[in-house]
Ligand binder design. Structure first.
Ligand SMILES: Nc1ncnc2c1ncn2[C@@H]1O[C@H](COP(=O)(O)OP(=O)(O)OP(=O)(O)O)[C@@H](O)[C@H]1O
Length: 585
């Protein structure tokens, strides 16, 4: 199926969740595939009907001497037709279920990536991954195994019920009660199945999340001899998933007996009352036998249908987990309807006006005001937890402040058309300096895929990476390993800075690493930062006094408040908090 079409229908199909995702949501999800589903159902039903004709023809072939050859030819044709119908039907169904999976995944991926950072704060990576893999798989099961059986079963039941009403409607009414009791019983069980399935899927999500936690920090795990503890912790989630899975199995095992009891109950009623009606001549024996057969045709597929219903319950539990992510609010665009004012080159590159922000417990920033002038080098200093990284997160619009205003080149960030428009003016180098799996070149041009070789060479030289690249057998095309594991901490830092500088941002936000660099590289990097700041405003979260002293302006943060702004000399002279801080560096 065309992926573009898939994306365009998803917003309609994957609607925002209500309290609980219902069957209607599943129907809507499958609605886009109704053509293929209808065809595969027709073919599967045809194949079953053709199968029913086989014994009749076989009987004719055996009993009828004259028409034997014709009957055998018809039988062979029937076999071929039946095989063709069922294989094409099965293929169509499997292809449809793959299309449903594709559509869900294609809807999930962009929404996961464009969701607010808060969603990622609230959910663990492994859990989100399991929604895109295991949960989508559960829905594939429903489509592949459940739907056609559900349809054929329903068709049979409706037909047989119509027959019963036609044969003897009074007798039919009598059978309704036991069957209704059975169905009601099964419905209560189904609710339990859904709850247990949800628990099983959630445990699987936690299992994946803890697996991810351990594997992504495997060196830390080993260095702390924590393998057995991690294995126990992860195994615990597998146990939980097993317990919930067994509960599903227990509940499912109640479905068939409940339906059998209902069948036997109604059979008894029919035999009892029908027998009396035959005796008093109000109905014939033949009619009673036909009625009993029709009753069996009604009740037998009911058990199958409820088996499928329990599979659907599991699918719904998974669909709920998927929709929770799909409908998580995306990053918002402009909030003010007015046109975006032109950014002014003379305005500060970044300005915070009375900004307050909380992650949910206490204020991380409280009435913070400061300016980072264009083309200057500003340092942001403060104790751990003072709110320095929060300043960066707000400037990048990862979060929205609860109070106050943030301006980039004189334009409030919420007046930009989108958070991406803000980010195209800024470049961020995080303290952890993430390097993505791929080649050095891919990492460098990650923010500017159209950078020329000359630009890359220039930046590589400026961040002193040319020595390293010259040593590598494949130069810029060398793979850097998962998370850049083939690079040293200092090299990762320089790759991250080069990537940011290559974007030619108006504002560079740089979280200085505290330990990744040796003194020679540290001095070199300080020179790089200083040089870069001449072409773009640079705000550095600085820990080293050598970096801090180079800054034209220093902003001092303490417990989310700006407690000092000025040059190093001014602050050393006037600011007691800064004096203590500088002394400790
Ligand atoms: N995603 C988050 N969710 C909840 N609280 C957070 C989150 N990020 C930071 N905080 C809290 O907000 C406060 C400010 O954190 P921030 O990371 O901005 O400090 P910092 O000055 O950058 O610290 P450091 O120098 O140690 O990196 C801290 O109390 C921190 O615990």
């Amino acid at each position: 199926m065309n992926p573009k079409t898939a994306e365009s229908v998803d917003s309609a199909v994957l609607e925002p969740p209500r309290e609980k995702v219902g069957v209607a949501a599943l129907v809507r999800l499958l609605g886009a595939h109704r053509g293929a589903l209808a065809w595969s159902s027709v073919l599967t039903i045809t194949a079953s009907l053709l199968r029913l004709a086989v014994p009749l023809l076989a009987m004719r072939a055996v009993e009828n001497q004259d028409g034997r050859v014709a009957a055998i030819v018809a039988l062979a044709a029937l076999f071929a037709l039946q095989a063709g119908a069922s294989s094409v039907g099965a293929y169509l169904l499997q292809r449809t279920s793959e299309s449903v999976v594709l559509r869900l995944r294609r809807a999930l991926v962009p929404r996961l990536l464009s969701a607010r950072v808060r969603l990622h704060d609230e959910h663990r990576v492994g859990d989100l991954l399991s929604r895109a893999t295991t949960d989508v798989g559960a829905i594939r099961e429903v489509v592949m195994r459940g739907l056609v059986d559900l349809l054929t079963g329903t068709v049979t039941i409706i037909g047989a019920m119509a027959l019963m009403i036609w044969l003897d409607w009074r007798l039919f009414l009598l059978t309704v009660l036991p069957v209704t009791i059975g169905v009601a019983l099964v419905f209560t069980v189904l609710a339990g199945i859904r709850a247990a399935a949800l628990r099983a899927q959630a445990s699987l999500g936690a299992f994946a999340a803890d697996m991810e936690r351990a594997l992504s920090a495997i060196r830390t795990v080993k260095a702390n001899n924590a393998e057995p503890r991690e294995a126990k912790r992860i195994g615990g989630h597998a146990d939980d998933s097993y317990t919930a899975g067994v509960r599903v199995a227990k509940l499912e095992s109640l479905v068939t007996p409940a339906m059998e009891l209902a069948a036997n109950g109604s059979m008894l009623v029919v035999v009892l009352v029908g027998g009396m009606r035959v005796a008093d001549g109000s109905t014939s024996l033949g009619q009673l036998v036909a009625f009993l057969m029709a009753l069996m045709y009604t009740v037998m597929p009911l058990a199958g249908i409820f088996g499928i219903a329990s599979m659907v319950q599991k699918g719904l539990a998974s669909l709920g987990r998927i929709q929770e992510v799909v409908s998580a609010p995306a990053e918002s665009g402009r909030t003010a309807p007015a046109a975006v004012p032109e950014p002014a080159a003379t305005a500060p590159a970044l300005e915070f006006r009375n900004v307050s922000f909380s992650y949910g417990r206490g204020l991380a920033l409280s009435g913070a005001s400061f300016q980072v002038e264009a083309g200057t080098f500003t340092a942001l200093v403060g104790l751990s937890g003072a709110g320095k990284s929060t300043v960066f997160s707000l400037a990048e619009r990862f979060y929205e402040p609860q109070d106050g205003e943030i301006l980039i080149n004189g334009v409030p960030v919420d007046r930009f058309p989108s958070p991406q428009a803000v980010r195209s003016r800024t470049a961020l180098v995080e303290q952890s300096c993430p390097v993505l799996h791929g080649t050095l070149r891919e990492n460098l041009v990650y923010g500017r895929p159209d950078a020329t070789d000359e630009e890359i060479a220039d930046v590589v030289h400026r961040v002193r990476l040319d020595g390293l690249i010259a040593k590598l057998p494949r130069g810029l095309d060398t793979l850097v390993g998962d998370h850049g594991s083939a690079l040293s901490g200092g090299e990762r830092q320089r790759v991250a800075i080069a990537r940011a500088v290559l974007r030619r941002p108006g504002l560079l936000l740089l979280d200085e690493p505290t330990s990744a660099l040796d003194p020679v590289n540290e001095a070199a990097l300080s020179a790089v930062i200083k040089e870069v700041s001449t072409s773009c405003a640079t705000l550095v979260i600085a820990h080293r006094i050598s970096t801090i002293r180079q800054a034209e302006k220093i902003i001092v943060l303490d417990a989310g408040k700006v407690v000092g702004v000025g040059s190093h000399d001014d602050l050393v002279r006037d600011n007691t908090f800064y004096q203590a801080l500088a002394l400790s560096r």
